[in-house]
Design a protein around this ligand. Structure first.
Ligand SMILES: [Zn+2]
Length: 136
């Protein structure tokens, strides 16, 4: 898992790292719903405009984190899925941690979803020792 997080640091340039991770995490979650994921679904889920989602999709395609099938549905590549899974793990562990402090579920989720992109590996590993969840 630590290796995966290091890979995340390397594969995204600083500026796009956070938003790239957010997109991949969103795509992973949408995919788990079992329905094909389209740009419009991402725009809706993230509350972003369609043009900004199109721009992000283009970057993610260039970086080979996602691919499109013949119906233009968005699929995660192996690398994209690895990053999304690592982010989602940070999301679940951080959420559990905040809930354990008595934070309300909504705030716990929202804070986790921001901190998951910037937390250091060192801190995250310590959190995992206490709040690890079974891997997805
Ligand atoms: Zn999140």
């Amino acid at each position: 898992m630590a290796d995966m997080i290091i890979a995340t640091e390397k594969t995204f340039d600083k500026d796009v790292k956070e938003s790239g991770e957010m997109y991949l995490e969103t795509i992973l979650r949408l995919q788990e719903g079992g329905v094909p994921v389209r740009s419009v679904d991402i725009a809706e889920a993230m509350n972003f405009s369609k043009p900004s989602v199109s721009r992000a999709v283009k970057i993610l395609l260039e970086k080979n984190y996602i691919s499109l099938d013949k119906h233009k549905n968005i699929l995660l590549t192996e690398t994209g899925r690895a990053i999304a899974t690592a982010v989602f793990k940070r999301h679940s562990v951080l959420t559990k941690f905040f809930l354990s402090l008595g934070v309300t579920p909504e705030t716990a989720e929202n804070d986790a979803c921001r901190i998951e992109h910037i937390i250091s590996d060192e801190t995250f590993e310590k959190l995992c020792e206490k709040f690890d969840t079974p891997t997805v």
